[in-house]
Write a protein that binds this ligand. Structure first.
Ligand code: NIG
Ligand code: FE
Length: 424
C-alpha cells in the first residue's frame, strides 16, 4: 500500500462503513451498543451514524467498506505524554530496583535533568526521528489524538525545539497533537539555587515567546517537593492566564502539596497523577469540572503503593481519564491499551470507566470535547475497528496489540498491518 507523500495520499475512508458493532458509549455517555451499525464518512467527517437498516437512501450509492463485524470505538486519545526527548534512562530503572527512590535519583543529578542534557544535545531532527517509533506504537493501537509536553529543554531554544517536533509529528502522521508547555518541569542546572529567577524566565520570556509562535496549546507545571512550590506554580498559572492559555498540573504525585485545589481555581483542564489527592482537592476539581488524569504506568514503574482516590473521585462525579504519561523516567510505556488494563487491575476502575478515560474524558482533559472522544455527526472521522468480540477484551488482553484498523481524520491511517506516515 502506498504510504508516501502526505496523509492526503493515504486510502480515503470516504463512504459507508458497514458490518460494524458500535461499542457501548461510542456515541456518548450512557449510550448502548449498536449492533449491525454503519458510519458514513464524507470529506473527512462523519455525516451519519446508526443502524445499517436505517441508512438513508441518499448514502446508498457511496463506496462500501466492510467492517466484517468489528467492534468499533471512537479514536483513542492519549492525553498526557512527554513523547519528545533525547536518550533513555534504563540505568535509573536499575538503580531503583536496587533500592533508590525516584527522589533520591533526582537529587543525585539523575532524573529529569539527565534527560534535559540528552535533549539539549539532540538536534530537532534527532528528536523527531527518536519520537517517530514511539508515536507509531501508539497510533498502531488506535490513538487518534495525543498531547505532547515540552519540559526536557528548560530554555527558550530547547523548549522550542521540542514543541516544534511535536507539531511536525502531528503534520507528518495526520494526527491531532495538543502541545503543552512544561517549562516548569525541573530546575535547569544553570539556575541551581535560583528557582524564583527561573520561574521568572519561564513566565516573562519563554512562555510569551513560544505562545506567540503558536507552539503552546496549554501550560503545565510539576508542583512537587522535587519540582516547584505552590507559589511558583501560581505564578506560572497567572502568566498563562494573561496569555489566554489553559492550564493543567502534575499534582500530588509524591505528596499532597494542595496543587489540585490551586489548579482548579485557575479552571485547569486536568490534574494529573494525583496519588495523594485530598478530599479538598477532589471537591475543588468537582466544582470546576477539572479532569482527573490517572497514570498507572508511572505508578507501576515507581512501584508506588499509594493509590489515587478512585472511589472518592467516582463518588464525586469527577471525570477520570487514563493516559500513558510516556516519558523516559517514570513511564516508558507505549501502549494505551496496557494502561487501560492497569487502570482496571491496579486502580480498580471498571472497563467502561477506563474506556471513557481514553476517549471522552481524555478529550475533555485536552479541551477537545467538542470534536473528539466519541463518534458524532459533523466531527472529524476518528474511529477504530477492533478484531474483538467484547469491549472488555480491550482491557483484558495483556500486551496483545490487536491488529486494528484506524480511520483517522477521514483516512484509513492504520490498516491492520501498519501505520502510514507522510515522509516514508
Ligand atoms: O509525569 N512527574 C514529573 N514528570 C514526569 C516524569 C519525568 C521524568 O522523570 O523524566 C511524570 O512522571
Ligand atoms: Fe507526566
Amino acid at each position: 500500500m502506498n504510504a508516501s507523500l502526505s496523509p492526503d495520499s493515504w486510502p480515503s475512508a470516504h463512504g459507508v462503513w458497514h458490518h460494524l458493532h458500535l461499542a457501548p458509549e461510542a456515541l456518548g455517555a450512557g449510550t448502548t451498543a449498536v449492533p449491525d451499525a454503519a458510519i458514513v464518512v464524507e470529506q473527512g467527517a462523519i455525516s451519519w451514524v446508526g443502524k445499517y437498516a436505517d441508512l438513508p437512501d441518499a448514502y446508498r450509492q457511496l463506496p462500501l467498506h466492510d467492517g466484517h463485524g468489528a467492534l468499533v470505538t471512537p479514536g483513542l486519545i492519549d492525553c498526557h505524554t512527554h513523547l519528545v526527548y533525547g536518550g533513555q534512562r534504563a540505568n535509573e530503572f536499575a538503580l531503583r530496583l536496587a533500592g533508590a527512590s525516584y527522589e533520591e535519583v533526582a537529587r543525585a543529578g539523575g532524573g529529569i535533568v539527565s534527560s534535559v542534557k540528552a535533549t539539549r544535545e539532540a538536534s530537532e531532527d534527532d528528536l523527531f526521528h527518536a519520537a517517530v517509533p514511539r508515536l507509531q506504537a501508539l497510533l498502531s493501537e488506535g490513538v487518534c489524538a495525543i498531547e505532547i509536553k515540552s519540559g526536557y529543554g528548560l530554555s527558550l531554544e530547547h523548549e522550542r525545539k521540542q514543541l516544534r517536533v511535536a507539531r511536525r509529528l502531528g503534520e507528518v502522521f495526520g494526527v491531532t497533537v495538543r502541545t503543552t508547555f512544561l517549562g516548569a518541569h525541573a530546575l535547569p542546572p544553570e539556575f541551581a539555587g535560583r528557582s524564583d529567577a527561573y520561574i521568572r524566565l519561564v513566565c516573562e520570556e519563554m512562555m510569551p515567546a513560544l505562545a506567540a509562535e503558536g507552539l503552546v496549546d496549554a501550560v503545565d507545571v510539576f508542583c512537587e517537593t522535587i519540582g516547584f512550590t505552590l507559589a511558583q506554580t501560581e505564578q506560572v498559572f497567572q502568566a498563562a492566564q494573561a496569555l489566554g492559555l489553559p492550564v493543567k498540573l502534575h499534582a500530588e504525585q509524591l505528596s499532597d502539596m494542595g496543587g489540585s485545589a490551586l489548579a482548579a481555581r485557575y479552571g485547569a483542564l486536568s490534574c494529573d497523577h494525583i496519588e495523594h489527592l485530598s478530599a479538598e482537592g477532589i471537591a475543588a476539581m468537582r466544582q470546576t469540572g477539572t479532569v482527573a488524569v490517572l497514570l498507572p504506568g508511572a505508578y507501576y514503574t515507581l512501584r508506588d503503593t499509594h493509590m489515587p482516590p478512585i472511589a472518592a473521585l467516582r463518588a464525586a462525579g469527577v471525570p477520570m481519564a487514563v493516559s500513558t504519561d510516556h516519558n523516559p523516567g517514570t513511564s516508558p510505556a507505549l501502549s494505551l491499551l496496557l494502561m487501560v488494563n492497569m487502570a482496571c487491575t491496579l486502580f480498580r476502575m471498571t472497563v467502561p470507566e477506563a474506556l471513557a478515560g481514553v476517549t471522552r474524558h481524555a478529550a475533555q482533559a485536552l479541551g477537545l470535547q467538542a470534536t473528539h472522544g466519541r463518534i458524532a455527526v459533523g466531527w472529524p472521522a476518528n474511529f477504530v475497528l477492533w478484531p474483538l468480540g467484547d469491549v472488555a477484551e480491550l482491557a483484558y488482553w495483556l500486551g496483545q496489540r490487536p491488529a486494528c484498523r484506524v480511520v483517522r481524520q477521514g483516512r484509513l491511517a492504520v490498516d491492520g498491518m501498519g501505520v502510514h506516515r507522510s515522509d516514508a
